[in-house]
Design a protein around this ligand. Structure first.
Ligand code: MIC
Ligand code: SF4
Length: 838
């Protein structure tokens, strides 16, 4: 079955015309990324030649995907938006909440009990609001999307940074926070700064031990974890067309690790083959008809320097297998240099565990190639030295590889097959002995290797490599082993060499699956009730954040000045904390517990300015909150790198942090902060980081005239009575400033949705119609009340919960009204109320 075929047809019908128009306006041949972006402009967005890295543009993505750990917060927010149904095809995937311990079946049944409340919540919300639901065990979101939903030339967003995986099938697929997903599901435009474009030309052909993974490992080494920030990476050239579609998926997947907005490849035969193999021949046929529009213009690929902001060329024929790490995915070491680097850096060389699979690398091809090595273990009289695990990406892949004998092959080398889920990749790994915190090495084919990520042990040195290399290193049990050149001693004492991996790109007998794990939503979800128990420690309904008080912020405490890498894993840890992803109060107890305090170099130990004592970060912040004292967090470069989890923005917001001031931000995190009504600021002069002292009381000035492109200033009131005044930059545009003023984007949505109420022209608008016919239930409060009650928090709360539904009925309230409504929060509510009266 092909999901959402009508939507794909409509997209393809409109694309050629839109692209032709865009080409005229832009006045030059177009890259694929531009074609997809320009053909997905929101219906109210004027077509113009957008400034790359400058213009904020409104888009209308084709679909939304969410995984269980982020979907909870996204859907809690969607529920407060008061819509009866999602406006674009959307899906929920249960994959993050399954702990890998014993093996697939037991682990799954344990998760189904342990997280029953959350899975029930997600499935009832899905059925009520019209979302497709993939139950636990169905697979990892990005693999399931690639197999079922991705289509060349499409545009999607997903509440997970690795949504970018779908670029392997020629999409522009972007990871976002839940609040962005809510915009799109509510039928509103989705805003993105028009990205810059990086072109990567692939020449030659992959061969021997080198695989698609090595392309991105190499690219990560070149561009580093921030090199792709604000850019779309477009791959092209003979090397691109000669590799498999799933290989392309791997490359795009790990584009998240270089901070890229997304990565993509032009439509080619490998994609057509993959579509056919996954039951979507119809989509392939449609894509074939407009294939010129589904790849970059020939002039672009002939002279890439003229059309991309940056061009990199990689010759696949010469590319070596790489292993990246430890602790950061951009520390790239070619296998021939690994021994030397390990010795130089004191990396433990005994490989304890090799883990393959994950959303990044669990295609049929990956597993087949890894199995070709596992088969050599018995054939060559070897014994696998390290533990070995597999987490298949989907039930379809698992079922097929079992049918084709690969699982049996892995069984023979003592492998453990975990559930089709994230498991060890996201720290849901009950690794025996991890609590001893011993220094040790693991190798995996996942994408991230931040400290503590996989097993919670900060002393685990995790290295990322292709599934083939991981398998070889697990067999050898030695990080110094280079399978291209080195021999192993077998059980008989003979010297043997592993043959290079081989494997089919796609199953000869086709894919197969008994129960893919999909549950379609109810035709009419209006009767479905969603229950959230007030006593639950897993789920908590959201209360709107208070709007800005209308003044500058004075005498903020410094909560922490974080030193060095501060990823979303440091800000809001995963692992055991994943279980609180639907409960803002509870998960806030992990706020910044992984970050290093600049002043004492300790993790989770900051000075409480009220007592002078050191304590855990969340505790200190809660004590400020209790006294109504605001605070500020200071950070280093690429703050918030990594995941899309908006908890990393909501937690500080919830606990009363007012601003995050850093040297630079990762894209998704910066947007998440803005959406949640926080101030996301950067040092105009990075050295001013050094001026921030532990006991400073900090003022943020200029908020009453907060406007785009106008820096703010901070007064650092030092303990000794001296002051420093520093300039800080921001990237807020006018509407984002309104989010700040309203307290959050969601509050703003409640008070002034007019501008963006109309969904893209090509999409049917079920939400709008339904609202028009059937007013949302919670809407009884009179206009009067809303206007009268000036207490900001309550007003906004009412505006969000109650004013919404009616407003949406009005088709296109003129832009002017929005502008007026965009004044201080109180007034905007008034405007809304007035408008409602009419
Ligand atoms: C990850 O890989 O870190 C995650 C878990 O998939 C996250 C999402 C999350 O934090 O829930 C991501 O990449 O966005
Ligand atoms: Fe899951 Fe890991 Fe993929 Fe994130 S990167 S979706 S945690 S498998």
């Amino acid at each position: 079955m092909v999901f959402d075929l009508d939507m794909i047809k409509a997209t393809y019908k409109a694309m050629p015309g839109r692209i032709a128009k865009a080409r005229k306006v832009v006045g030059k041949p177009l890259t694929l990324a531009e074609k997809i972006l320009y053909s997905h402009l929101h219906s109210e967005q004027k077509l113009e030649n957008f400034g790359r890295g400058k213009s904020y543009v409104d888009f209308a993505p084709d679909r939304v995907a969410m995984q269980d750990a982020t979907a909870q917060m996204a859907l809690l927010q969607f529920m407060s938006a008061g819509k009866p149904k999602v406006a674009v095809p959307s899906t929920v995937h249960c994959d993050h909440l399954i702990t890998a311990k014993v093996g697939a079946a037991d682990d799954l049944s344990f998760a189904n009990t342990e997280s029953k409340e959350v899975f029930d919540f997600l499935s009832s919300v899905s059925t009520k609001y019209g979302l497709g639901f993939w139950k636990p065990g169905a697979g990892i979101i990005h693999q399931v999307v690639l197999e079922n939903y991705a289509f060349p030339g499409g545009m999607m967003i997903g509440t997970d940074s690795h949504t970018v995986n779908a670029g392997g099938l020629g999409m522009v697929a972007i990871g976002v926070g839940g609040a962005d997903a809510v915009d799109v599901m509510a039928g509103m435009a989705w805003e993105l700064k028009f990205p810059k474009l990086i072109g990567i030309k692939l020449t030659g052909k992959l061969n021997g031990w080198t695989s698609a993974k090595d392309v991105i490992l190499k690219v990560a080494g070149i561009l580093t974890v921030k090199g792709g920030t604000g850019a779309i990476v477009e791959y092209f050239g003979e090397g691109a067309t000669s590799m498999s579609c799933t290989g392309k998926g791997t490359i795009c997947n790990m584009g998240a690790e270089i901070g890229a907005t997304t990565s993509t490849f032009g439509y080619d035969e490998s994609m057509s083959r993959y579509l056919v193999a996954t039951g979507r021949a119809e989509v392939a046929k449609m894509a074939d008809k407009i294939k010129k529009d589904l790849t970059g213009d020939p002039e672009v690929y002939a002279n890439p320097e003229k059309y991309f902001d940056q061009v990199i060329e990689i010759n696949l024929s010469e590319l070596e297998p790489h292993l990246n790490g430890p602790f950061t995915p951009d520390l790239a070491t070619p296998i021939s240099k690994l021994k030397e680097e390990a010795a130089k850096n004191g990396w433990p060389t005994k490989v304890e565990v090799g883990l393959i699979g994950s959303c990044t690398n669990s295609s049929y091809e990956d597993i087949a190639r890894a199995a070709s090595l596992a088969r050599q273990v018995s054939a060559k009289g070897l014994k696998t030295k390290a533990l070995f695990t597999i987490t298949p990406g989907s039930e379809q892949v698992r079922y097929t590889i079992e049918r084709d004998g690969f699982i049996e092959t892995f069984d023979k080398i003592g492998a453990k097959v975990f559930a089709n889920a994230c498991g060890p990749c996201i720290g849901m790994w009950a690794r025996v002995g991890a609590e001893r915190k011993e220094k040790n090495t693991i190798v995996h084919s996942f994408n991230r290797n931040f400290q503590s990520r996989n097993d919670g042990n900060p002393n685990t040195y995790a290295f990322v490599g292709s599934p083939e290399l991981v398998t070889a290193l697990a067999i050898a049990g030695d990080l110094n082993f280079n399978p291209l050149t080195d021999y192993l001693t077998n059980e008989q004492g003979e010297q043997v060499k592993l043959d290079p991996p081989t494997g089919d790109e796609l199953p000869k007998k086709g894919f197969d699956v008994k129960d893919p794990g999909f549950i379609a939503p109810a035709k009419d979800g209006s009767k479905v009730s969603v229950k959230v128990s007030p006593d639950s420690d897993r789920l908590q309904l959201l209360e709107p954040f208070a709007p800005w008080e209308g003044t500058d912020l004075k005498a903020l405490r410094l909560l922490i000045k974080a030193k060095g890498k501060c990823t979303t894993d440091h800000i809001s840890m995963a692992g055991k904390w994943l279980k609180y992803r639907g409960h803002l109060d509870n998960i806030s107890n992990n706020l910044l517990i992984g970050a290093t305090n600049f002043f004492n170099e300790k993790i989770n130990s900051v000075k409480n300015g009220l007592t002078g004592e050191h304590d855990e970060v969340p505790k200190v912040q809660r004590s400020y909150k209790a006294k109504g004292i605001g605070s500020i967090v200071v950070g280093d470069e690429n703050y918030g790198e990594g995941s899309s989890r908006e908890h990393a923005a909501m937690e500080p917001r919830f606990l009363g942090v007012r601003a995050i001031l850093v040297k630079s931000f990762a894209r998704i995190h910066e947007t998440n902060l803005k959406k949640q009504g926080m101030l996301a600021l950067t040092f105009a002069n990075k050295d001013d980081y050094n001026k921030i002292l532990e006991d400073d009381r900090i003022d943020i000035n200029g908020l009453t005239t907060f406007s785009p492109d106008k820096p703010l200033t901070l007064t650092l009131n030092h303990m000794d009575g001296k002051k420093d005044i520093i300039t800080v930059n921001h990237t807020y545009n006018a509407s984002q400033i309104e989010w700040f003023k309203a307290g959050s984007a969601l509050n703003k949505m409640g008070s002034a949705p007019a501008k963006k109420a109309a969904p893209a022209a090509k999409k049917p608008a079920p939400a709008k119609k339904a609202v028009a016919k059937k007013p949302a239930p919670a809407k009884k409060a009179t206009t009067k009340k809303v206007v009268k009650k000036a207490a900001p928090k309550k007003v906004v709360k009412k505006a969000v919960k109650k004013a919404l539904a009616k407003k949406v009925v009005k088709k296109s309230a003129p832009k002017k009204v929005v502008k007026k409504a965009a004044k201080p929060a109180k007034k905007s509510v008034k405007k809304v109320a007035k408008k409602k009266k009419k």
